[in-house]
Design a protein around this ligand. Structure first.
Ligand code: SF4
Ligand code: SF4
Length: 283
């Protein structure tokens, strides 16, 4: 079965989420509240839990879920969509994303920008054809109506899945039965999940629980995670590679692969912001 699209609501963990874009939900603070609510209120599902759902162009709500919705993006989401569009990260970020900020925010997050007309649509939805970046759509869009919650580090709670039962969505009237695992396989989530776990290891890092980043560190975090071309210039046009020991093969790959560059970026954040000895300084 093919799911052509995805809709709104709830949250994942620290990283990716699709949530209704009402005024209440648009701040990072309310995202945190949403997350807390998910952890408290939703039935917790495992990979073999079942649900009934279907999404196809014949549903009366086709595309409704791609308007007026908060889609939080992971770094890998940005890489996939901007490369599909063949534009730079800077262009993608300025045209297609917004950055909600809150005074207690621990790190920068970004969301897909909606159009500014009365429809408030995702820029990538075609009213007739659905999602125009379907093969590279973000994690949250793939997962809907399944959400994934990762409780804070240190909590005794285990990660779990939950269902987002939005009123707008008629997919719940369909009879196809899925396990969570089957749904995720069908939506080809694995690669996004693997990359999401790496990002989560950064955003749930104990350092961020106990420390605030300075504005300069926030900027570094943003550049590493979301602005890959600028980070690449930072790596290759500064003295960084003269100071940090890296093997030639990795350096070569970092020139052309955004994903390999991002892997190095996560190490760089751990090393430079969180003071972890994950990189070696040249003597
Ligand atoms: S990226 Fe695609 S699936 Fe996600 S909200 Fe936009 S149009 Fe919908
Ligand atoms: S069935 Fe749900 S997921 Fe599918 S188009 Fe309608 S609102 Fe979106």
């Amino acid at each position: 079965m093919i799911k052509y699209n995805k809709p709104p609501d709830a949250s994942e963990n620290d990283a990716t989420a699709a949530a209704p874009a009402d005024a209440e939900a648009t701040s990072a603070k309310n995202f945190a509240n949403l997350k807390k609510k998910v952890l408290q209120d939703h039935e917790r599902l495992g990979l073999d839990s079942t649900f009934h759902f279907g999404c196809h162009p014949g549903v009366p709500c086709f595309n409704d879920c791609c308007s007026d919705v908060n889609i939080f993006l992971t770094p890998y989401d940005v890489i996939r969509v901007k490369n599909r569009l063949k534009i730079t990260s800077a262009e993608f970020l300025s045209k297609y994303t917004v950055m909600p900020m809150h005074e207690k925010q621990k790190y920068p997050v970004i969301m897909l920008k909606m159009t500014e007309d009365e429809h408030k649509r995702c820029h990538f939805v075609d009213p007739e054809k659905g999602c125009t970046v379907y093969q590279d759509r973000p994690w949250a869009c793939r997962m809907f109506p399944v959400g994934k919650a990762s409780p804070e580090e240190g909590s005794s709670d285990e990660p779990f899945y939950f269902l987002m039962n939005e009123d707008v969505c008629h997919g719940w009237d369909e009879t196809s039965e899925w396990t969570v695992r089957q749904w995720m396989d069908d939506q080809n989530v694995a690669r996004w999940d693997e990359e999401g776990e790496k990002y989560k290891a950064i955003t749930l890092h104990p350092y961020l629980r106990e420390n605030d980043l300075t504005p300069e560190q926030m900027e570094m975090f943003y550049m590493v995670c979301f602005d890959s071309e600028r980070f690449r210039r930072f790596v290759f046009e500064s003295s960084l590679l003269q100071r940090i020991a890296l093997d030639d093969k990795t350096v070569r790959k970092m020139r052309t692969s955004d994903a390999v560059l991002l892997d190095f970026g996560y190490k760089w954040l751990r090393f430079s912001l969180f003071r972890e000895p994950v990189l070696q300084v040249k003597r």
